[in-house]
Design a protein around this ligand. Structure first.
Ligand SMILES: *[C@@H]1O[C@H](CO)[C@@H](O)[C@H](O)[C@H]1NC(C)=O
Ligand SMILES: *[C@@H]1O[C@H](CO)[C@@H](O)[C@H](O)[C@H]1NC(C)=O
Ligand SMILES: *[C@@H]1O[C@H](CO)[C@@H](O)[C@H](O)[C@H]1NC(C)=O
Ligand SMILES: *[C@@H]1O[C@H](CO)[C@@H](O)[C@H](O)[C@H]1NC(C)=O
Ligand SMILES: *[C@@H]1O[C@H](CO)[C@@H](O)[C@H](O)[C@H]1NC(C)=O
Ligand SMILES: *[C@@H]1O[C@H](CO)[C@@H](O)[C@H](O)[C@H]1NC(C)=O
Ligand SMILES: *[C@@H]1O[C@H](CO)[C@@H](O)[C@H](O)[C@H]1NC(C)=O
Ligand SMILES: *[C@@H]1O[C@H](CO)[C@@H](O)[C@H](O)[C@H]1NC(C)=O
Ligand SMILES: *[C@@H]1O[C@H](CO)[C@@H](O)[C@H](O)[C@H]1NC(C)=O
Ligand SMILES: *[C@@H]1O[C@H](CO)[C@@H](O)[C@H](O)[C@H]1NC(C)=O
Ligand SMILES: *[C@@H]1O[C@H](CO)[C@@H](O)[C@H](O)[C@H]1NC(C)=O
Ligand SMILES: *[C@@H]1O[C@H](CO)[C@@H](O)[C@H](O)[C@H]1NC(C)=O
Length: 779
């Protein structure tokens, strides 16, 4: 751009250049290409302009870099020039006119050349047949570059447009002279050629044996019970080399002398694990071979690392003192393909010390049950591979009643699925503690600790665990102490299912909490949410003990929705929403209607019948003396005369009242009530039989909701009895039949009342004497 500007100015204004002298105004050289970081000198032919200054890409160049040689030549020296592309201009200081300009572009040489001498066939090692060189070259990626690899004596050996180039068949054919193990060294240059320039890299010298890349070594891996042996062979037998063995992310290295094959032992391998092994080698100072193909071997069981951790659970003794010992030990990893056999030998403790000989029991691979008597025993576990004894372990079983220390005050707590334990050590010194735990009594877990605390992890979620801590002594064990059962985690409350019993202005809501989990949280609070379909939501809070509530102040014949939320310290669950509709009429309406109708009919019938009987008898009999009647309350017998019912209730009392009203209200009289209790309970009956035994008000609602164990008549028909007016103590007279009572026939009345029995329609005249109510007159 600037260059064009300069040219333009020069073209349109040639007089500037040839003002005073005939010398040309210009900057030389033009279109400079230099290597990045090199130094450069540029001359401005000032053609009599006097003092000048320089600009590089519009910014002024420091004056100190410029040297005036004579009146027409000024020299600019730039060191370490790194700009990729720049325009340099020379200006007249007086007129600020451009005297001349040039462009400078920089390039980089190919660098970091490396070459290797290697094999196309990675299996057999002889003279390598490939020669590959690589280099780096920073250049404008848009440029089309051709590279040539030059050999010092053989000239061009390889052409490419990449930054790597491979010469094939260098071991034979026309290229065979390029590299030779016996040649001292070879010199390599890389030439980069673009349309504009040609650049040669610096020449690098290589020793053939320093660029010789071996083939990956052939090797074998052998497993032993406690180590692995890696063995490999070398083709370049006459050269020193170094090798590396890689296994499971670890690398071991080994230097090999001339004429030495390689071997390496991998110690302390884990039992029954896969080890993936690979080897590589390199001549000294030469590049590493590729890693040889990986081989995976399965190690054998290393008996030195086998820890059976034998432990036992002692069952309660049978009557004869025989106890079942559940011996258990850690399983050998299932990855061990060998089969092992286990035997358990229980030996009485005293005789075990003397080396007695007792029967062995063949066991499964992780537990065994044997029986021992009440004496102390030593349980021996032997583990065999074929017939070779690999590992043995023993554990002690104390005698029944043996006085041995035990730990006390075990405290267990669960935190995020982990059980934390601590306990008080016995006064005697112990060598450790064994903790065992189980959630089902079949599968046990156990571990040893030296401290008086432990953390049990890896537990099943929300399961109750039984944890036992047993102190250990040098060759004995103490008695175990069991902690209270503890849940690994306490879940939320169980699922809530609800049920409703609607009435007209109230409704009974009952619910149940059921959990399929053994460790569910105890409910501390229930909240019953209910609302009309279009109304606001109301709620009632009930403490955790109760499981029912009566919703009051409802509208009759209306749809409601209700659900219950149970809250435990560990969470909240809510029931499904339930819809119900309140009744149109009170619960008593229909039955009362029916009962009243029946009563009226009965009354009419019995009145008619009574009238007949009375009419017939009245002719012969005198009017009974009311003075001989007792004014006592009506006896509390039903028709059957067996089960007394509770006859007296306030007619306005509802189901809800009965739950929550005071004792006095509950015993209030209501002839209507007792027949309509949908959940008659035995307590109700008892209450009537003996009011002193009536349950306390607090327990009454709970008992009340339970379906009666003794079926009490609950259909309206069955409960007519208390409705009958005759039974009402309010009018004892009405229930009296005016039948004959020979023993009590009042004599005086007999004489004084001449009754006209023949005419029912005529008013009956009754004479009452003032003393007729005195009781003693009747006897
Ligand atoms: C050249 O310049 C570069 C960066 O500007 C710097 O890193 C380098 O050291 C310089 N070289 C010399 C020889 O001054
Ligand atoms: C690079 O080589 C190809 C063919 O080998 C040739 O067509 C191309 O012109 C060359 N480019 C340059 C910049 O020399
Ligand atoms: C590896 O084992 C195979 C078969 O046993 C044997 O032929 C080969 O020579 C061994 N290779 C090495 C490097 O020991
Ligand atoms: C392993 O190499 C050592 C020398 O480094 C040699 O003494 C030994 O015999 C070799 N062992 C095997 C098993 O080849
Ligand atoms: C070892 O490798 C084999 C085959 O790759 C595999 O089947 C086996 O499960 C592995 N064993 C272990 C312990 O990783
Ligand atoms: C142990 O008993 C077995 C058979 O029950 C017998 O073969 C063996 O010799 C006995 N060993 C000793 C040391 O008594
Ligand atoms: C196990 O015993 C059988 C014969 O009893 C034998 O053939 C086999 O080699 C043995 N294995 C080992 C690992 O000792
Ligand atoms: C846990 O201990 C309790 C109390 O000793 C016992 O009733 C229950 O059966 C035990 N449970 C298991 C699974 O051992
Ligand atoms: C317990 O202490 C003994 C020595 O008293 C020690 O050998 C052992 O490693 C300790 N065990 C643990 C689990 O710390
Ligand atoms: C035992 O308690 C100590 C101190 O309270 C604590 O540092 C340690 O981690 C606990 N050990 C276990 C196994 O919980
Ligand atoms: C609640 O009921 C669901 C479905 O019946 C069941 O999957 C879940 O385990 C129950 N939850 C509890 C705590 O019992
Ligand atoms: C219960 O209702 C009252 C008002 O009637 C309201 O303030 C409260 O937030 C409700 N409680 C819940 C848990 O919704």
């Amino acid at each position: 751009m600037h260059l064009f500007l300069v040219l333009f100015i020069l073209a349109v204004n040639p007089c500037i250049c040839k003002r005073k002298h005939d010398t040309t105004c210009d900057v030389v050289p033009k279109n400079i290409h230099i290597e990045v970081g090199s130094n450069i000198s540029i001359v401005c032919l000032t053609c009599g302009h006097g003092e000048i200054y320089w600009t590089l890409n519009t910014s002024k160049v420091d004056k100190s870099l410029s040297t005036t040689i004579n009146s027409s030549h000024t020299l600019l020296s730039l060191w370490n020039f790194t700009n990729q592309r720049a325009t340099l201009q020379c200006h007249s200081k007086d007129t600020h006119q451009v005297i001349g300009g040039t462009t400078i572009r920089t390039y980089l040489k190919p660098r970091n050349i490396s070459c290797i001498w290697h094999y196309s066939d990675q299996e057999t090692e002889s003279q390598p047949d490939l020669f590959t060189c690589k280099w780096e070259h920073q250049i404008d990626p848009k440029l089309d570059v051709n590279y040539t690899v030059l050999h010092s004596t053989q000239g061009e050996i390889c052409n490419t447009s990449e930054t790597t180039c491979t010469v094939k068949d260098v071991d034979s054919g026309p290229n065979s002279m390029i590299i030779n193990i016996f040649s001292d060294s070879i010199q390599i240059t890389v030439r980069a050629k673009t349309a504009a320039l040609e650049v040669d890299s610096y020449t690098r010298e290589f020793q053939p044996r320093h660029i010789w890349k071996m083939i990956p070594p052939h090797y074998n891996v052998t497993t032993f019970s406690d180590h692995l042996l890696v063995v490999w062979k070398r083709a370049l037998f006459l050269q020193k080399c170094q090798c590396e063995v890689k296994y499971n992310e670890m690398v071991l290295s080994k230097a090999l002398e001339k004429q030495e094959n390689g071997n390496m032992t991998i110690e302390q391998v884990e039992s029954c694990s896969n080890y993936t092994v690979s080897v590589r080698c390199a001549l000294l100072e030469a590049p590493w071979s590729d890693w040889s193909k990986e081989k995976t071997v399965l190690t054998k069981l290393n008996k030195n690392y086998v820890k059976l951790c034998l432990w036992r659970k002692v069952a309660e003794p049978k009557k004869n003192g025989v106890r079942t010992i559940h011996a258990m030990w850690k399983k050998i990893p299932s990855t061990c393909r060998d089969t092992f056999t286990y035997t358990i030998t229980p030996t009485p403790y005293q005789e075990a010390l003397m080396g007695g000989n007792y029967t062995e029991t063949l066991c499964s691979d992780s537990s065994c049950d044997v029986e021992v008597n009440q004496d102390a025993h030593r349980i021996n576990l032997n583990m065999f591979h074929n017939v070779t004894l690999l590992v043995e372990d023993t554990v002690h079983v104390p005698a029944i009643g043996e006085s041995l220390p035990r730990v006390t005050n075990i405290q267990a707590s669960a935190l995020e699925g982990v059980i934390l334990l601590n306990w008080k050590a016995p006064v005697q010194p112990v060598s450790g503690y064994m903790i065992d735990w189980t959630h089902n009594g079949n599968q046990y877990y156990w571990k040893k600790t030296n401290y008086t605390n432990a953390t049990l992890s890896g537990l099943l979620d929300k399961k109750p665990y039984n944890v036992t801590v047993t102190p250990l002594f040098d060759d004995k064990t103490g008695h175990g102490t069991q902690a209270l059962q503890i849940c690994s985690r306490v879940g939320g409350p169980g699922n809530v299912t609800i049920d409703t019993v609607p009435y007209d202005k109230y409704a009974l809501v009952k619910w149940e909490v059921k959990s399929q989990e053994e460790c569910s949280g105890d409910v501390v609070r229930y909240i019953v949410f209910y609302s009309k379909l279009d109304g606001p939501q109301l709620n009632v809070t009930i403490n955790g003990g109760d499981q029912e509530i009566c919703l009051v102040d409802l509208l009759p014949d209306t749809h409601y929705r209700v659900y219950v939320e149970a809250t435990a310290p560990t969470g909240t669950t809510r029931s499904n929403e339930m819809l119900f509709k309140t009744l149109r009429f009170g619960q008593f309406f229909i039955p009362v209607l029916g009962v009243s109708g029946g009563v009226v009919i009965l009354l009419v019938l019995s009145l008619g019948l009574g009238c007949c009987v009375w009419w017939r008898k009245f002719k012969e009999k005198l009017i009974p003396n009311p003075g001989c009647s007792s004014l006592a309350l009506w006896p509390a017998l039903t028709q059957e005369g067996t089960i007394p019912v509770r006859p007296f209730r306030n007619p306005s009392e509802s189901v809800c009242d009965r739950i929550y009203t005071e004792e006095s209200q509950r015993t209030s009289t209501s002839p209507l009530d007792s027949g309509f209790n949908p959940y008659p309970a035995i307590q109700q009956i008892e209450e009537y039989i003996d009011p002193d035994m009536a349950p306390a008000p607090e327990i009454w609602p709970e008992e009340w909701v339970k379906p009666a164990k003794t079926q009490h008549p609950s259909s309206p028909n069955d409960s007519i009895a208390p409705l009958l007016p005759e039974n009402s103590p309010g009018s004892p007279y009405r229930s009296q039949i005016s039948g004959e009572n020979p023993g009590r026939r009042p004599n005086r009345l007999n004489k004084n009342v001449p009754v006209q029995q023949s005419d029912r329609k005529s008013p009956v005249m009754v004479y009452v004497t003032l003393d007729m109510f005195e009781q003693n007159q009747c006897s």
